[in-house]
Each structure stands twice: as structure tokens, then as C-alpha cells.
Design a protein around this ligand. Structure first.
Ligand code: GLN
Length: 538
């Protein structure tokens, strides 16, 4: 196949309809039919990337192997497709403008007036075709963030209009995702918001090829017919997306609705084989038929917004299925946890995860949590800041360095057991300047980490500025906190673990970003297994 085909996914009526999940589910089905498929997301905000956003804004910042700080939807793409994404898979308005303005400064526009049309739209179109031109994909799905009709979305919608025209018939199609609300008082599903949304899209010159309708109730044949007639699509192109108990059901629901078939027909591509979802369905079967149940505490400071820890929560779903275990993740706010309340708040947990994070808010609660898990032999898993808290806790409570801290929290500490890297000291820009992306780690043999990974050399994704301070390595190791994973190039400590504890591990990197349905992350799988064991035995 030489012509890459493009599918654009737009959204209307409201935000949070799950465009990312629909895009990922369709991609999964096309991939399972044998098409090389990728997904990219274009976000209309002006931040150059989501790296500088507080998690309360848009949820977690997802990190790719190549060190891009991206929208959390890229996490769904990877978890569904099991194919890594990259910087090219996420573009924001900020990045588009930055690159156009840099070109202008270099004089690349030869004295022309630089305008939204054509300069910004050309830049968007270029970026929309970047992955397609690599030759690695048969189909590129592009999710347009935001809602049709927003001021911010206009340049993207115009770019889609132009590109669909330029690509020619059957090479670019548009899927529009809307909401069909149910009015309980009238006992009716309402199509009007969808009609208006499709009309708004039409005003921008785009005719939706397929409608995906989010709904809480089944769409009747009559209603589908009505939507088709008033929205100018074939009836078979009205796809119902009914609320599902898990996002992992959505590929099967879309298969039943024939979303992949309609899309292939519109793109003039053969259906090839029936999608092979056997591995996926095996995962679903285990997910829905657990033999055990555990309570895992997730101790963090952004717990009010579940999306802040999206990849961690998803990694627990994968690891739970792998262990045939229902994992109840109990969110615990680290800010409201102290030495007095720790025992009460943490006593019913079978395992404890201390979450990543930035800044001083809630860190004393995290340190108390580590102490509780360590002293009470509760399986403990610390990620990034969570690992740093484990090092601080051990330094304070075992080595007796009362003011041990990270220089992120206390620059004047006499025991900076976590400190900033030399090369980070001169950096003043916040965006894109942390230790980011995949870095090597060498695991010591016969360690817990070695038993978990079953190998000695791994690549894991990072997103942090502060590090384990090597000056304290000997003292901490002699006291029992071992560095079982080291970066072979820099000597930086990547993994710490405790001897004489059922399961105590802290990692400087973010394993959650690499957990997928096809490849649940071994650290999460082993941690859940340890929690099951802890529950049964103790
Ligand atoms: N704030 C810590 C650092 O920058 C940890 C970051 C994180 O948990 N991702 O090193």
C-alpha cells in the first residue's frame, strides 16, 4: 500500500466524550486487521507541550521514549496498540506557532505577511502528514482536541478541510464524535445537539463521514435513521458508543457496531481478515473474572483528579488482570497524612504506592507512608518522587540524619540525600528541560529488581530533575537500602530496594508509562502479586 490514508476524529457537543478511546479502539481494530496504524493528537492550547501544566489542568503528563512530554491520550494509544509513540504524535498550537515564528525570524517567508491561513494551517498540515510520510504506517488517525465551534479549534478544522480535499477521495475521512443525551423526564434520547454539532462542522466546510454517538441508552433503528438523514451520513455510518464498564470494552463494542468496516469502506480499503482480538479478549476475561481482590493505597497530592495518575491506574488494571486480581486503588491524600494518622489511614492496605510529584506540598505525609510500609512489612512501591521519599525516610529514620531531604524541598538541608544534577543547576527554563525519556539502567543480579524483570539491562522513561545523591550511596547501602539499578553511563541510581522486607522497591523512572494490555509492566505485576501474598499470609 503506497498511499497513507488519514482518519480525522473531531468532537462536538461537549468535551470529555472520549475521543481518545474511540480513536484508540478504531486503531486497535485496524491494527488487528493487519493495517499498520498510528494515532496522533493535535491540541488547541498555547502551551508548547503539556510539560508545564499542573496535573489539575489536563491530568497526567505522559512521556514517550524520545522524551516528549505529551497529552495523556498518547498513553491510551500505547496501551491499546502496544506501539511506542513519539514527539511527532502530539502537536499543540503553541508548538505550531513557535515553529512558524522561528521560521519568520529566520526570514523563511521571504517578506510575506505571516497569517493563520496559509502559514499556520500549512504548518498544521505538514505536521499532520509527518508520520504518514515516514512510510511506517498505512493509516494515520488524527484526533483533534477540543470541541468543534471553539475559537481555538478553527485553524485545525480548516487544516482538516484543506487536507481532506488535497488528499482526494477515499484518502482522508472525518469521524465526528457527539453526545446523544437522554432526558429522563421525557424518557427520550435527543438528537438535536448532534444535528447542531454536525451543522457547525459543515459551516467550516467539513462533511462528517461517520458519526459516533456517545449515549447512555441503546439507539433505536428509527433514531439512527433520523440521525443519518439530518446529519447527511449513511445509516451504517451512525455508530453507537454506549457507556462501557471499562474502556477496554470499547474495541469490541466498535467491532459490533462495524466502525472499522465503515471506515475501511470510506477509505476504499479491503477488510482483510476479521480482527484477531484473542489476546485482548483473554485480558478482558481475566479482568472481569478475578479470583482475588486487594486494596492498594495510592498516596499522592493530586488524588482529587483521577486523571493525574492515569497511567498508574491503567497499569494496575493490566497488572490486576495478569494476577487475576481485582485491584481496588484507594486514593490517599498525602497532605492530610501525618505520623499520628498514618496507622489509621493505612492499616487496611495490602500494598502501598507512593506517587510521583513536584514541590513540597504533602511530602511529609509521603515520608510517613514509607515509614509505615517499611516498619509493617507492607509491600511498597515508590515511583520517582516516591522513590526519593523512600531514600529520605531511610536516611532520617534508620541512618539518623534528622533533616535529610531533597534540595527540591529544602536547599539548606545538611543531608541532601536527593539533590539536583550538576547540569540541571544552570537551567532556568521549566519546559522540556528535565531528565526526560528513555534511559538505560543496569540491574544487579540476585536483586529483587532482577527477579522482577528477569534481565539485567532495561530502558525506562524518566521525568525529573533531582537524583539520588551518590555521596550517600555507601552509607545507605551499608544500612540496608541497596541500589539495585544503576545507569551504566552516568552512574546515577535508578532503583533502590530493601533487604529483609517482603517487597520494597523504589524507582527513579516511571514504569507506568510502559505498561500496556499486551505487555503489563513487570514491576506492577510483581507488586500486585506481593499484595495478594501479603493479604493471604498476613
Ligand atoms: N520532583 C522530583 C524531581 O523533579 C520528582 C519528579 C517526579 O516524581 N516525576 O526530581
Amino acid at each position: 500500500m503506497n498511499q497513507t490514508k488519514y482518519i480525522f476524529v473531531t468532537g462536538g457537543v461537549t468535551s470529555s466524550l472520549g475521543k481518545g478511546i474511540i480513536a484508540a479502539s478504531l486503531a486497535k481494530l485496524l491494527q488487528a486487521r493487519g493495517y499498520r496504524t498510528t494515532i496522533q493528537k493535535f491540541d488547541p492550547y498555547i502551551n508548547v507541550d503539556p510539560g508545564t501544566l499542573n496535573p489539575y489542568e489536563h491530568g497526567e503528563c505522559y512521556v514517550t521514549d524520545d522524551g516528549a512530554e505529551t497529552d495523556l491520550d498518547l498513553g491510551h494509544y500505547e496501551r491499546f496498540l502496544n506501539v511506542p509513540t513519539s514527539q511527532a504524535n502530539n502537536v499543540t498550537t503553541g508548538r505550531v506557532y513557535l515553529s512558524v515564528i522561528e521560521k519568520e525570524r529566520r526570514g523563511e517567508f521571504l517578506g510575506k505577511t505571516v497569517q493563520v491561513v496559509p502559514h499556520i494551517t500549512n504548518e498544521i498540515k505538514e505536521r499532520m502528514q509527518l508520520l504518514g510520510r515516514s512510510g511506517d504506517y498505512d493509516i494515520v488517525i488524527t484526533e483533534i482536541g477540543g470541541t468543534v465551534g471553539d475559537i481555538e479549534s478553527l485553524p485545525y478544522i480548516e487544516s482538516v478541510r484543506q487536507l481532506v480535499w488535497e488528499l482526494g477521495e477515499h484518502n482522508g475521512i472525518v469521524i465526528h464524535l457527539t453526545l446523544v443525551p437522554y432526558l429522563a423526564a421525557a424518557g427520550e434520547l435527543k438528537t438535536k445537539p448532534t444535528q447542531h454539532s454536525v451543522k457547525t462542522l459543515m459551516e467550516s466546510g467539513i462533511k462528517a463521514d461517520i458519526l459516533v454517538c456517545r449515549t447512555e441508552h441503546e439507539l433505536s433503528q428509527d433514531l439512527r435513521q433520523k440521525l443519518a438523514l439530518f446529519c447527511n451520513v449513511k445509516k451504517e455510518a451512525v455508530i453507537q458508543s454506549i457507556d462501557a464498564s471499562t474502556i477496554y470494552d470499547v474495541p469490541n463494542l466498535m467491532l459490533e457496531e462495524g466502525l472499522d468496516k465503515v471506515a475501511l469502506k470510506k477509505l476504499d480499503l479491503p477488510e482483510k481478515n476479521t480482527p484477531d482480538l484473542s489476546q485482548w479478549n483473554e485480558f478482558l476475561h481475566k479482568l472481569k473474572n478475578p479470583k482475588h481482590e486487594v486494596n492498594i493505597g495510592l498516596v499522592g497530592k493530586y488524588v482529587e483528579l483521577q486523571d493525574s495518575y492515569k497511567s498508574i491506574l491503567e497499569a494496575f488494571i493490566h497488572a490486576g488482570a495478569a494476577n487475576e486480581t481485582k485491584v481496588n486503588v484507594i486514593s490517599i491524600h498525602s497532605e492530610y497524612l501525618d505520623a499520628k494518622t498514618a496507622d489509621e489511614q493505612l492499616k487496611d492496605l495490602d500494598g502501598i504506592l507512593v506517587a510521583p510529584g513536584f514541590g513540597g506540598r504533602g511530602i511529609e505525609g509521603k515520608i510517613e507512608t514509607v515509614r509505615y510500609a517499611r516498619e509493617n512489612n507492607i509491600p511498597f512501591f515508590g515511583i520517582c518522587l516516591g522513590m526519593q521519599m523512600a531514600v529520605i525516610e531511610y536516611s532520617r529514620n534508620v541512618l539518623g540524619y534528622a533533616d535529610a531531604n531533597s534540595t527540591e524541598m529544602n536547599e539548606g538541608t545538611t543531608h541532601p540525600v536527593i539533590s539536583i544534577m550538576e547540569e540541571q543547576k544552570t537551567i532556568t527554563d521549566k519546559g522540556g528541560t528535565m531528565r526526560l525519556g528513555a534511559w538505560k539502567c543496569h540491574i544487579k543480579e540476585n536483586s529483587l529488581a532482577h527477579r522482577i524483570y528477569g534481565k539485567t539491562d532495561i530502558l525506562e522513561r524518566h521525568r525529573h530533575r533531582y537524583e539520588f545523591n551518590g555521596d550517600y550511596l555507601e552509607a545507605l547501602e551499608n544500612a540496608g537500602l541497596k541500589a539495585s539499578g544503576i545507569n551504566p553511563d552516568t552512574g546515577l541510581v535508578e532503583i533502590v530496594e530493601l533487604e529483609n522486607h517482603p517487597f520494597f522497591i523504589g524507582v527513579q523512572y516511571h514504569p507506568e508509562y510502559k505498561s500496556t494490555v499486551a505487555n503489563p509492566h513487570p514491576l506492577f505485576v510483581s507488586f500486585v502479586a506481593a499484595a495478594v501474598k501479603n493479604k493471604v499470609c498476613c
